[in-house]
Design a protein around this ligand. Structure first.
Ligand code: NAD
Length: 431
C-alpha cells in the first residue's frame, strides 16, 4: 500500500517510519524545508531513541522517502495521514485547528484518485466531520473517505509504542474505510494487538479522555505528595503501596513537579473547553489543570525555602530540563516555569541535560549549559533534579555533596528518597 504522511514531527515521522517498516511504501511530507533537507541527508530532526536506525533501514530498502511537495506525495496514495500540530489556540484554550484544516484544503486541491484521509493529530470531537466537509466543498468530485486514528505513542519510547501498541483506535463511517485501515495495520493485527473500530466521535473522544485521565492520575499523586510532606509520610512508599493494586496500577503514579509536555497541558485544556461549549462542565479536568499550575508554583516556593528565602546570588545546578527523559522536546516542560523563576530571582543557574540544549538554549536565556553533573554542582548552593534521565538515576550523592558549597538537593522526581539524601548529608527536601 502507498501512504502519504503530512507532518514529520514526533508523531508523523515515527508513524511514517513504522508504516514503511510494516512494508508499505511511504512518503513523508513537511512544509518546513529545513526538516525535509535534513531527512533527505539521513538526519533525524528530533531525538527519539532508535528512530535513526529504523529510518535509515527503510530508506535504504526504498520504502521511505521525504518531500515538500504534497501533490507528488499524494500520487497513487490510498491513505493520506494528517499528523500536523494541534497546539493550544492563543487566548481561549481551544485546540488550534489551523494546521489540520490547512492540510485538508491542500489535500482537496490535489486529490484525484480514491483515498482515505486519516487524522492522526489529536483533534476535538467533530473535527473529522469538518475535514470531510472542507474537502468535499473544495473538491466536490473527489472520491474519498475519512478516518480518525488518534496516536498514543509516548516520546522516548515511540517506536516500541507504535510497533507494540496497547490498542489501535480507528473511527470510520464506512466499511470501505475500515478495510483500508485494516490493511495498513495488518502486521499488528496478525500479532493480536487489539483494534477498537468505532465511529468518528468516539475515536476522537477516546484520545482526549485517555490523556485527561492520565493527567488526573499524575495530579492526584502530586496532591497526595503535598499532604505526605505535612503528615510525615513518604510519597514514594505511598505510591508503591497504591500502585501494586491492580485496579490502580503503578504507571503515572510518581509524584513530580507537575505534568508538562506537548500533549497533556494542551489536551486537558481543549477537553475542558469542549465540555464548556456543550454546557457539560468537566469539573475534574478543570481542577486538574488548576492544581497542576499550583504544583509548579509550589515547587518554586519550596526551592525558595531551600535557598533560605531568596534565589539572589545563589548558584543552582539544574539536572534535566526536557519534559521527560529520552526526548529533546521542551514543549510545556515544568523547567520552562521553574528555571526562569530561579534566573529572575537572581540565581546563577547551571543546566545539564543530555538532549535539551538545542531546544532549550533559546527558551531558557541566562543559564550556563554544562555536560557533567559533578562539574555543575561544584561550589553550588542547591542541586535541582528536574528530569529523571538515566544519567541522573545513579549519581554518587556523597561525591556531589562534598563538591557543593552547601549540600542541598531538591529531588523533584523522587528518585533518591529521604534516606539516600540524609546518608549523603544533604539538607532534607520533601516532595
Ligand atoms: P510537531 O509539531 O512535532 O510536528 C508537526 C509537523 O507538521 C511540523 O514538522 C510542521 O512543519 C508540519 N506541518 C504543519 N502543517 C503542515 C502542512 N500543511 N503540510 C506539511 N507539514 C505541515 O507535532 P507532534 O508532536 O508530532 O504532534 C502532532 C499531532 O499528534 C498533535 O495533534 C499531537 O497532539 C498529536 N500527538 C502527539 C504526541 C507526542 O508525543 N508528540 C503523541 C500523541 C499524539
Amino acid at each position: 500500500m502507498r501512504i502519504a504522511v503530512i507532518g514529520t514531527g514526533y508523531v508523523g515521522l515515527v508513524s511514517g517510519v513504522c508504516f514503511s517498516d510494516f512494508g508499505h511504501d511511504v512518503v513523508c511530507v513537511d512544509k518546513d524545508p529545513a526538516k525535509i533537507e535534513a531527512l533527505e541527508r539521513g538526519e533525524v530532526p528530533i531525538y527519539e531513541p532508535g528512530l535513526d536506525d529504523l529510518m535509515a533501514r527503510n530508506v535504504e530498502a526504498g520504502r521511505l522517502t521525504f518531500t515538500g511537495d504534497l501533490k507528488a506525495a499524494m500520487e497513487g496514495a490510498q491513505a493520506i495521514f494528517i499528523a500536523v500540530g494541534t497546539p493550544t489556540r492563543r487566548g481561549d484554550g481551544h485546540a488550534d485547528l489551523t494546521y489540520v484544516m490547512a492540510a485538508a484544503e491542500e489535500i482537496a486541491e490535489n486529490l484525484t484518485d480514491f483515498a482515505v484521509i486519516v487524522t492522526k493529530s489529536t483533534v476535538p470531537v467533530g473535527t473529522n466531520r469538518k475535514v470531510k466537509q472542507t474537502i468535499a466543498k473544495a473538491n466536490p468530485k473527489a472520491d474519498f473517505e475519512i478516518a480518525s486514528n488518534p496516536e498514543f505513542l509516548r516520546e522516548g519510547a515511540a517506536i516500541d509504542d507504535f510497533m507494540r501498541p496497547d490498542r489501535v483506535v480507528v473511527g470510520v463511517q464506512t466499511e470501505r474505510a475500515a478495510q483500508v485501515m485494516a490493511e495498513i495495520y495488518r502486521p499488528l493485527f496478525r500479532r493480536d494487538f487489539p483494534i477498537v473500530t468505532t465511529d468518528l466521535e468516539s475515536a476522537e473522544m477516546i484520545k482526549y479522555a485517555a490523556n485527561a485521565f492520565l493527567a488526573t492520575k499524575i495530579t492526584f499523586i502530586n496532591e497526595i505528595a503535598a499532604l505526605c510532606e505535612k503528615v510525615g509520610a513518604d510519597v514514594k512508599e505511598v505510591s508503591k503501596g497504591m500502585g501494586l493494586d491492580n485496579r490502580i496500577g503503578n504507571k503515572f503514579l510518581h509524584a513530580g513537579p507537575g505534568y508538562g509536555g506537548s500533549c497533556f497541558p494542551k489536551d486537558t485544556n481543549a477537553l475542558a473547553r469542549t465540555g464548556q461549549d456543550y454546557s457539560v462542565p468537566l469539573h475534574i479536568v478543570e481542577t486538574v489543570i488548576e492544581v497542576n499550575e499550583a504544583i509548579k508554583r509550589r515547587m518554586i516556593e519550596k526551592l525558595r525555602d531551600l535557598c533560605e528565602g531568596s534565589f539572589n546570588g545563589k548558584t543552582i545546578a539544574v539536572l534535566g530540563v526536557t519534559f521527560k527523559p529520552n526526548t529533546d522536546d521542551m514543549r510545556d516542560a515544568p523547567a520552562l516555569t521553574i528555571v526562569p523563576a530561579l534566573v529572575g530571582g537572581g540565581a546563577r543557574v547551571r543546566v545539564v541535560d543530555p538532549q535539551g540544549k538545542r531546544e532549550g538554549e533559546a527558551l531558557l536565556p541566562g543559564v550556563h549549559w554544562l555536560e557533567d553533573p559533578y562539574k555543575a554542582v561544584q561550589n553550588a548552593d542547591v542541586v535541582v533534579l528536574l528530569t529523571e534521565w538515566n544519567e541522573f538515576r545513579a549519581l554518587d550523592l556523597k561525591r556531589m555533596a562534598k563538591k557543593m558549597a552547601a549540600p542541598r538537593m531538591a529531588d523533584l522526581r523522587n528518585i533518591y528518597g529521604t534516606k539516600d539524601a540524609k546518608r549523603a548529608e544533604f539538607v532534607p527536601f520533601g516532595q
